[in-house]
Design a protein around this ligand. Sequence first.
Ligand code: DQA
Length: 156
Amino acid sequence: MDRKDPMTRTVLVLNGPNLNLLGQREPAVYGSTTLADVEALCRHSAQALGLSADCRQSNHEGVLIDAIHEAGREHAAGRLVGVVFNAGAYTHTSVALHDAIKGSAVPVVEVHISNVHAREPFRHHSYLSPAAAGVIVGLGIDGYRLAIDALARRAG
Ligand code: DQA
């Protein structure tokens, strides 16, 4: 975890498959901002709230599940306020990620850069939303900042 001070609580910012391609991937849908830009925005937003952002990206479902489990343990220990999670296409397919969120009892804010409800029908269903503390959709990368803010407020 990316903590400078052991007393500083963390927010995990977890990005799933293909989000490493931000900036070059379908710019008309996702914009020109890179994942590095998003992570810098998250670190800055977290710092302004007295938090540290632990930013990770994986294209592998099992790695994302392990990260959620770890977040559950960190949350239970009082070191982590929650998870900002853009699971990419796994949102629409993964019962395993749904179960990981439920099983870890960690607050998760589901984020999508694009408005998935204005896109193809297969993007309209999320397996994560019923297990999430909240959902932010279609506000571009600003959704990450709003999610960090919401988790900080929720944690008090
Ligand atoms: C996305 C939307 C998903 O449908 C898609 O598979 C992604 C990105 C978004 O941020 O808008 O990879 O989660």
